[in-house]
Design a protein around this ligand. Structure first.
Ligand code: CTP
Length: 397
């Protein structure tokens, strides 16, 4: 429940993407938000107020003077509807709505309540590619940004009109993730954060290899939490099918050496490095052809892989360097040893049998100051706590 207790006013303007807000309403509610829908007249050409009322469970406001407006306290829906809200989200936002809001016009209920609001406004543009790239729209969007309004998207791709390009409304799941991110404290605003995640895969021959049980979930949660905190995040991921968190730049690698090389070429730009990947400590020289059973039992000769985390911490001016230690026993003691041996800023200890592939876990943050246990919670919650701990240490430096 990422939006528990949040009250969202969802403004819907005229655009074919309006049908997608039915799904968005459900997703917002599934995360615990209450949703008050306000529609423009044009929006009702695409989806009905009845549908959105049924989905949101609340009467839909469509105009300033209608019967619903009269039911609001002092019959001033343009003031009252947004007063209790934590945010107004307008999706889809037409070019016309954006132009009116840039100008501060107030000729319908939605624009008027947007003008009269005290809470944040998030706008998800949806329009034809030419309308989006038109200098007038771009000018208006810049004005909204300058006024502190959050612009969500737009996406790029095939459009309902048959053309292709920028201007698609973000998908409901993308909007949901951006809305959730919006409410997180911006503890790492504009900091550059490099995260590694997942297992590595060391080939033995073209069809076989050595890997481990890391799912990548903790590293992906760290990347998401850092981005939610306002950081610019690069995620270097070993083999995993997890979806890339919103707004995160992702590079896929296979072996420890590939991960090492990518980390080394990006780490100079980073203020924070978080090594969550379960990097194979050893590799073998892979055979060029598939090993045949008939040739007898193969002998694997192991060579050490570079220790990526230790290499980062040993740089002349290292970033704030965070390691993860998955241990089967004595995790805090081992973590303390790794903190010292690898000269890390911080290490997060966990029990391998507890955390591997799981969706939640108990962790301990260990640094020079001591050990702080983090009570059992989802990996995303734990990731946000770790980001807060990192931000606090960075702020103190
Ligand atoms: N790590 C790394 N490169 C390696 C091995 C580990 O960057 N070649 C990083 C991991 O990303 C993690 C931390 O080191 O942040 C601890 O990994 P772990 O496997 O627990 O530690 P090791 O140093 O490999 O020690 P051991 O396997 O003996 O526990």
């Amino acid at each position: 429940m990422e939006l528990a207790g949040k009250r969202i006013v969802l403004g819907v303007t005229g655009g074919i993407a309006a049908y997608k807000v039915c799904d968005l309403v459900r997703r917002l509610q599934d995360e615990g938000a209450s949703v008050q829908v306000v529609m423009t007249r044009a929006a009702q050409e695409f989806v009905t107020a009845t549908t959105l009322q049924a989905l949101s469970g609340q009467p839909v406001f469509t105009d300033q003077w209608g019967a619903e407006g009269a039911k609001v306290g002092n019959a001033m829906p343009h003031i009252d509807v947004s007063r209790a809200a934590d945010a107004v989200v307008v999706a889809p936002a037409s070019a016309h709505f954006i132009a009116k809001t840039a100008q501060g016009l107030a000729d319908d209920l939605l624009c008027t309540l947007v003008l009269a609001r005290r809470c944040p406004l998030l706008v998800a543009p949806a329009m034809n590619v030419e309308m989006w790239s038109n200098p007038a729209t771009q000018r208006n969007v810049q004005q909204l940004k300058a006024d502190g309004i959050e612009i969500l998207g737009p996406g790029v791709g095939d459009q309902a009109c048959g053309e292709t390009g920028a201007g698609r409304m973000l998908e409901p799941q993308e909007l949901l993730e951006d809305i959730i991110a919006f409410f997180q404290p911006k503890l790492l605003q504009d900091k550059r954060v490099l995260v590694t995640a997942g297992p590595t895969f060391e080939p033995i021959d073209p069809v076989r290899g050595i890997t481990n049980l890391s799912s990548g979930k903790m590293g992906f949660a760290m990347a998401r939490a850092a981005r939610e905190a306002g950081a610019k995040v690069t995620l270097i991921a070993g083999p995993t099918t997890l979806p890339t968190p919103r707004g995160v730049r992702r590079l896929d690698v296979r072996t420890a050496r590939e991960m090492h090389d990518d980390v080394m070429s990006y780490v100079n730009h980073a203020q924070v490095y978080i090594g969550v990947a379960a990097v194979a400590d050893w590799r073998v020289q892979p055979a060029a052809q598939k090993l045949k059973k008939s040739l007898g039992q193969p002998t694997l000769v192991f060579e050490p892989n570079p220790d990526i985390l230790a290499s980062v911490a040993a740089l002349p001016s290292p970033p704030f360097t965070v390691g993860f230690a998955a241990e089967t026993d004595d995790e805090v003691a081992y973590a303390r040893g790794k903190l010292k041996a690898k000269r890390l800023s911080m290490i997060v200890a966990n029990r391998a049998q507890d955390i591997l592939s799981a969706d939640d876990g108990e962790l301990t943050v260990v640094d020079a100051e001591g050990a702080t246990p983090l009570q059992r919670a989802s990996k995303l919650t734990q990731a946000r706590r770790i980001i807060a701990a990192i931000a606090q240490r960075l702020g103190a430096d």
